[in-house]
Design a protein around this ligand. Structure first.
Ligand code: C2E
Ligand code: MG
Ligand code: MG
Ligand code: MG
Length: 290
């Protein structure tokens, strides 16, 4: 009896695993098709200093799907990350962002844009060469590019990582450590690697006004970053009270729905004023309706 039940359970799990595998494979196939047919696009979320000056933007991949509307990156990025598909995707995003930045720049709109780089992408043997090629072919100002890495990247050989970061830095690219606090946050890395900015994960920011632990963690990260002379961005700021607390802690850079949701490139362009070519501009934004 028990044996039979056990067998049934095994059968059940096997079926579930198969379903997961099918689902994964389906997403993968449709994603490949979407890349091929040029259906993906990039949205930009303003990065804001103080009360509302735009000092940059984060590029976020969007996958519109006929029937289902937008498919959330958290539903497909992790799947793409299981294979080399993420490398193909990442290269597409980087190329598209650089092309867009170069187009804006030609209009006198200079904006610092950060791009998310998955560990697997970064770990490619020829990653630096790929980036170099995109920079050259698009003519983008590499000193306006920021790569957002997660702590996952840092789990591998630190010397190798540092070496790659150094070579990219020589091109003018800067680095942000994304989702800080959720991974294997080690202060060691912060000292050893050329990281300019920490982004405090939104899961901490979300509860700062209700959870005293999160409030303390956020205050500590901000203080630590400041003492190490690293910029710190609070992600996922949605409410005035959250902003007030972050400001009190000494945080000056923000990203979140309170200021703006990610917007299409055209809308983003309208938020960057036309200025002198070699001046990175800062613009006063109104709080956008969400
Ligand atoms: P992330 O890099 O931490 O990006 C920030 C995410 O937080 C974005 O979600 C953004 O829309 C969302 N967000 C910003 N402000 C708020 C807020 O006030 N409230 C809430 N609830 N959310 C806010 P999105 O666009 O869904 O992307 C999710 C994740 O997918 C990203 O997290 C990143 O890890 C990954 N991702 C997105 N685009 C790319 C890409 O081009 N390449 C790679 N490798 N990963 C990407
Ligand atoms: Mg990011
Ligand atoms: Mg993040
Ligand atoms: Mg993330």
């Amino acid at each position: 009896r028990a044996k039979e039940e056990g067998r049934n359970q095994v059968q059940f799990f096997l079926e579930q695993m198969q379903e997961h595998a099918d689902h994964r494979q389906q997403i993968e196939e449709r994603l490949r098709e979407a890349i091929e047919k040029d259906r993906l696009y990039v949205s930009y979320q303003p990065l804001v200093r103080g009360a509302g000056k735009i000092v940059g933007a984060e590029a976020l991949l969007r996958w519109p799907d006929g029937e289902n509307g937008l498919i959330n990156p958290s539903a497909f990025i992790p799947i793409a990350e299981m294979t080399d598909l993420i490398c193909c995707l990442g290269n597409w995003v980087l190329t598209e962002v650089c092309r867009q930045m170069a187009e804006w720049e030609a209009q006198g709109r200079v904006l610092v844009v950060s791009v998310n780089i998955s560990p697997r992408e970064f770990q490619q043997e020829n990653f630096v060469e790929q980036v170099q090629e995109v920079v050259i072919s698009t003519g983008v100002r590499a000193d306006c590019l920021v790569f957002e890495l997660t702590e996952g990247v840092l789990l591998t050989n630190v010397d190798k990582v540092r070496n790659k970061m150094r070579r990219l830095s020589e091109l003018g690219i800067r680095f942000s450590l994304d989702d800080f606090g959720t991974g294997y946050s080690s202060l060691q890395y912060l000292k050893q690697l050329p990281i300019n900015t920490l982004k405090i994960d939104q899961s901490f920011v979300r509860d700062i006004t209700t959870d005293s632990n999160d409030a303390a963690i956020v205050a500590t990260i901000i203080a630590m970053a400041r003492s190490l002379d690293i910029d710190v961005v609070a992600e996922g700021v949605e409410k005035k009270e959250e902003l007030a607390y972050l400001i009190k802690c000494g945080c000056t850079l923000f990203q979140g729905f309170y200021f703006s949701r990610p917007v299409r490139a055209k809308r983003m362009a309208s938020l960057i004023p036309s200025k002198q070519q070699d001046q990175v501009c800062e613009v006063q934004i109104q709080t956008l309706p969400t």
